[in-house]
Ligand binder design. Structure first.
Ligand code: AMP
Length: 547
């Protein structure tokens, strides 16, 4: 143990806890008139926002919610959700952002597992809650979130959001408490078995916000979200707090646009009408936005987008760049709050041609401040950062979930030797640029070779006749596994599987691809199965192919 110098604080000195309430101080101070917009339904300024956070805190208190309780929210992306991001943790309760895309059985499981006490539910999910209510073991009361006249319900409700806020006082003295108190919780998706609960403390969310704000606004290579930008998330607020960016936007006093339920044409219309400049989403949503009818007649140039949650295929990035969109990649996981790395264009890269820049922009990025990303081999030994060596990515950062809620064995699998194990295979080059090659469970093992499903998707995505592609390994009696590609042809294209074969053969001939990587089967499909957060559902594709 290192012996350091610790000085006793002065009597009366204040030990400032890192609490979410501290993120609310600056935005309204700098930009009180900036707006928070809810689709085409509502808009108000930061002063009103702060007042409404206080009103919500009172309304929750009057409904019996107290510090230490867990409060679930089922809503589309809205101003209300943003208010919940603040008011619920600020009274010392835990915000459970329920994944409304899960099956009813999984929703019941997660709400019971999280021990939810109180639920805020949008009218669109009222029927669902009425059906599952008898099986919810800990929920006592509900609060209705209505865009129109609230429908009658048999649920034990305490009232409707707007009516309760209107009746509550506009000032609240938010208490101080331990910064290590849990602020938020939600459940990971897409793996085998039951969803697992991750949780983040006030301290973690504050530090994640500060580091993300720094990396999105302070560095030359990525001036993405500054106070005069207009922010619209296209990553649901239940999906890792919309990647934590609403906290950053609020800290900076940015105009924020919450789009409600995602509909591609409506998203493009909001982008145009509200003059949105910055968004983030998974690649499949970007694809839907670009393919939408409204996008055909809208100038998308200058729209800065961070694409994460899955690798950004070069073909899709090129299509977006053609429309003038300014794309960056980000990497993270539910377990990591989530942001770990982001594209950084250095001086040299900024001088490159758009095509060359694309190669940089689709790489996974550089670790953001305070994040330590390392590569390890199977024995946990460090591997060199030479851009060639491939190993498992492990991480340390101040904002990683410290385990899975009530599942210590799974937490111990995630955390080994003081490092969080991402389960991702990657390389890191001499410039600290990380490149995710694949998830360990998605790597295709054929003969003696390991093939990256992401690399294959990336190459196939560059064929002009391809709209979207997914590659998985399927069992093969001779080779162990062989790649299977599902390809959605671009509209109007006469693409044949043989065209993909020819396209890949060129990479084989040039030595860029091993011949074993050419898929044994290429299926042209109308759609690719997606997970509840819009990522390619490789597990389901593999299962479908086993049947
Ligand atoms: P989830 O926790 O469901 O959000 O999934 C996290 C996983 O998504 C990571 O472990 C990666 O496998 C994958 N992922 C996230 N961002 C990227 C990225 N930029 N490139 C490649 N894979 C990514």
């Amino acid at each position: 143990m290192v012996t350091t110098k610790i000085i006793e604080p002065a009597a009366g000195a204040y030990h400032y806890p890192l609490l979410i309430k501290s993120l609310l101080l600056s935005g309204q101070r700098y930009e009180p008139n900036r707006e928070i917009v809810y689709a085409d339904k509502r808009r108000y300024d930061y002063r009103t926002f702060n007042e409404r956070v206080c009103r919500l805190a009172h309304a929750l208190g009057s409904a019996g919610v107290k510090a230490g309780d867990t409060v679930a929210v089922l809503d589309w992306d809205s101003h209300r959700y943003l208010e919940c991001f603040f008011a619920i943790p600020m009274i010392g309760a835990v915000l459970h952002t329920v994944n409304i895309r899960l099956s009813p059985e999984q929703i019941i499981y997660t709400m019971n597992h999280a021990e939810d006490d109180f639920v805020l539910v949008h009218d669109d999910f009222l029927l669902l809650m009425e059906q599952v209510h008898p099986r919810l073991e800990t929920v006592k009361h509900y609060l209705q979130l209505s865009d129109d006249t609230p429908p009658a319900t048999e649920l034990p409700t305490v009232g409707e959001y707007e009516a309760l806020l209107a009746a509550a006082p506009g000032h609240y003295d938010f208490p101080d408490f331990d910064e290590n108190s849990v602020a938020t919780t939600f459940y990971t998706t897409g793996t085998t078995g039951n969803p697992k609960g991750v949780y983040f403390t006030h301290r973690q969310l504050v530090l994640h916000t500060l580091a993300t704000a720094t990396s999105l606004s302070a560095f030359d290579g990525q001036p993405l979200l500054r106070s005069d930008d207009v922010y619209m998330p296209i990553t649901p607020m239940f999906h890792v707090h919309a990647w934590g960016v609403p906290y950053v936007a609020t800290l900076l006093g940015v105009k924020q646009v919450y789009p409600g339920r995602y509909e591609p044409n409506a998203l493009v219309k909001l982008y145009r009408d509200e003059k949105v400049t910055f968004s983030h989403c998974v690649p499949t949503i970007l694809q839907m936005v670009i393919n939408s009818e409204a996008a055909g007649s809208t100038d998308l140039s200058g729209w800065k987008l961070v694409i994460g949650g899955s690798a950004l295929p070069t073909g899709l990035a090129a299509a977006a760049a053609e429309r003038g969109m300014d794309l960056y990649s980000a990497y993270g996981m539910s377990e990591t709050c989530p942001i770990l790395a982001l594209t950084y264009l250095r001086d040299q890269e900024r001088g490159l041609s758009p095509d060359q820049q694309l190669t940089e922009r689709v790489k996974t990025g550089t670790a953001i401040p305070m994040v330590d990303l390392q590569l390890t081999d199977d024995a946990g030994q460090p591997l060199p950062h030479d851009g060639e060596t491939v190993g498992e990515l492990v991480v340390r950062a101040p904002w990683l979930t410290q385990g899975y809620f009530r599942e210590p064995e799974k937490g111990a699998e995630l955390w080994r030797g003081g490092w969080l194990h991402t389960g991702d295979v990657a390389s890191i080059d001499g410039r600290s640029v990380v490149e995710i090659k694949d998830r360990m469970k998605d790597v295709i093992k054929t003969g003696g070779e390991w093939i990256s499903s992401l690399e294959l998707e990336n190459l196939i995505s560059q064929h002009p006749g391809v709209n979207a592609v997914a590659v998985v390994g399927v069992p093969d009696p001779q080779w162990g596994e062989r790649p299977l590609a599902l390809v959605v042809p671009a509209e109007g294209s006469l693409l044949r599987p043989a065209d993909i074969n020819e396209h890949l053969q060129r990479y084989v001939d040039s030595g860029a691809l091993t011949k074993w990587a050419v898929p044994g089967e290429i299926s042209l499909v109308d759609d690719i199965p997606k997970t509840s957060v819009g990522k390619i559902n490789k597990k389901l594709i593999r299962e479908d192919h086993h049947r």
